[in-house]
Each structure stands twice: as C-alpha cells, then as structure tokens.
Write a protein that binds this ligand. Structure first.
Ligand SMILES: NC(=O)c1ccc[n+]([C@@H]2O[C@H](COP(=O)([O-])OP(=O)(O)OC[C@H]3O[C@@H](n4cnc5c(N)ncnc54)[C@H](OP(=O)(O)O)[C@@H]3O)[C@@H](O)[C@H]2O)c1
Length: 276
C-alpha cells in the first residue's frame, strides 16, 4: 500500500504543473521597468496573459515591444496608480481582456522623496513620501478584489526590508513598508473567504534596476552613503538581481504556493532576517 502511494507520488511529480500559469490573466502594476518588468516577463514565460502598467506611454510602449518578443499575450494599460480612478481603470482594462483576473502583482510606486533623516524632512515631504509609496501599492489591490473573487486568485505586493529593520533615513519608507506587511496579513484573512491569497516580497537593493543607478549615480550624498554601507554587507558579496526577486514573486503568484498566504518573504541574500 505504501509502495503504491509512492508510485502515485512519482506520477504526481511528473504531472505537476502547479508553477505554470496557462489560462491565467495577470496584471502587474508598475512593470514597464525595474522589478515589475522582470516579473511580467517571468509570468508571460509561464503562460499567463500579462498586462503591464506604468505612467509613461513611451516607456510603456518600449516595455510592451520587448515583452511581445516573448509572448503574444502581453498588453499595456497606462495609468498612475496613485489616483483611485486611474488604478480602477487599469484594473478594469486588464480584467476586460479575457473576462477574468487571476493575479495582481502590485509592484510600482515611485517614492518622490528620497530617503533622508526624519528631522530634516519638511511636513510636505512627509506627506508626499507617504502617499507616493503607499497609495499606488494598495489602490490596485482594492480595485482588483471584485474581479479576483470571481474565481479566487493571488495578490503579491512588493515592499522593503526597511519595514523590518529600522534604517536611518528610511523612517517613512519603513513605515509604509510595515503598513504593506500588516496589510498582507490583514487582507489574507479578509480575502480567504474568496480564495484570494495575499503575500509580499521585501527587498533591500537590486543590482540591475534603475533605482540602483538613481542611488549610486545621483547626487544624493546621504542616500549613497546609506546604501553603500548596506551593499558592502550582503553576505553573498552582491545584491540580488530583479530576476531573483521575480522568481519568488512568480512562485507566490502560482498554485505552487496554494497554501501560502499572509506572508512576506525577504529576498536579500541573507543580509537580514525579518522579525515579523
Ligand atoms: N529595487 C529595490 O531594491 C527595492 C527595494 C525596496 C523597495 N522597492 C520598491 O519596490 C518597487 C519596485 O522597485 P523598482 O526598483 O522596480 O522600481 P523602478 O525601477 O523605479 O520601477 C518602477 C516601475 O513602476 C512604474 N511606476 C512608478 N510609480 C507608478 C505609479 N504611481 N503608477 C503606476 N506605475 C508606476 C514605473 O514606470 P513609470 O515611471 O513610467 O510610471 C516603473 O515601471 C518600488 O515601489 C520601490 O520603491 C524596491
């Protein structure tokens, strides 16, 4: 009997398609560049119909062209996800393509205020830093719920390790990230009745994204100092790539992670271990 079960297991392993995404529709907000773009490519390669998003038309067209070399099922929906109406329109456009939405990856949110010590921030900068990071992350999730709950689905949000470890100059960045981690848990509970899983992926630095160039190629001395210190401490000797982050996002988005919800996974090469 036991052996019979083992034989079945062999067949099950060979037939396992749980990491494939054929027949699924995925919207990745903030995916015309950076980590989101890598996620879009990975989900398209696994068979999903993919809708990419960003604010800029030109950047969007370039990303669309690049991804269409990979799959004929990639589309673009431009819009600024900090605006509730635009976020809703982007989600509706994605869900309207094939009459369903299965996966939402909330990836893009440009922080319009670079990291700096809290006491040096103006009140306006505090408001802007908070709004530009938090709202584009959660508004697409809110707009996607009516579609995701039709057949169940998966939400993956990107967040920051500054949410788990207090980092000088990143008080607001960390507070927003911590908000995303808490929302991951709270929404996982609220949405479980509709078979919608909610998870997050936290990062510190990625070596091949525009943010790297902005940090190390820019003229923000405080930011450069902060991230140079962090970069020197990666135990593996280097920061993760966006593709390495995308692998984890794709896993969480797929049925291979059917029993994983409410979790935040740090992809940081062991630089730090999230405490919550
Ligand atoms: N990369 C890291 O190591 C790291 C670490 C911690 C946290 N994060 C956070 O993770 C997210 C992704 O990082 P990344 O390095 O991939 O960023 P990125 O290279 O700046 O890419 C951001 C993408 O999002 C789009 N975008 C930005 N704001 C948007 C908005 N309001 N509405 C719609 N699209 C928007 C951008 O296109 P347009 O400019 O055309 O809109 C672009 O396609 C960011 O929120 C970042 O703060 C990243």
């Amino acid at each position: 009997m036991l052996w019979h079960k083992k034989e079945n297991a062999l067949q099950d392993w060979l037939a396992d398609t749980s990491s494939g995404l054929a027949g699924r529709v995925a919207l990745i907000t903030g995916s015309t560049g950076g980590v989101g773009f890598q996620v879009a490519g990975m989900l398209a390669a696994r068979g999903a119909t993919v809708v990419i998003n960003g604010r800029g038309q030109e950047r969007g067209d370039a990303a669309l062209k690049a991804l269409q070399g990979l799959s004929g099922r990639v589309h673009l929906a431009t819009g600024d996800c900090i605006d509730p109406h635009e976020a809703a329109r982007v989600v509706q456009q994605a869900a309207g393509l094939e009459g369903r939405l299965d996966i939402l990856v909330s990836a893009g949110a440009e922080g319009r205020v670079a990291p700096k010590p809290f006491a040096e921030m103006s009140a306006e900068e505090i408001v802007t830093a908070y709004q530009t990071r938090f709202l584009p992350r959660i508004l697409p999730v809110h707009a996607a719920v009516p579609f995701l709950r039709e057949q169940g689905g998966s939400v993956v949000m990107l967040t920051t390790d500054a949410a788990r470890h207090p980092t000088p100059g990143e008080s607001i960045v960390g507070a927003v990230g911590a908000g995303v981690i808490l929302m991951t848990k709270a929404l996982a509970k609220e949405f479980s009745r509709w078979r919608i899983r909610v998870n997050s992926v936290a990062m510190t630095l990625t070596s091949d994204t525009p943010s790297w160039d902005r940090i190390f190629g820019g003229d923000a001395a405080f930011q450069q100092q902060l991230f140079t210190k962090l970069n020197d401490r990666f135990p593996g000797g280097r920061a993760p790539t966006a593709q390495e982050v995308a692998h984890v996002v794709a896993f969480l988005a797929s049925d291979a992670a059917a029993q994983v919800t409410g979790q935040t996974v740090s992809v940081n090469g062991g630089l730090s271990f999230g405490g919550w």
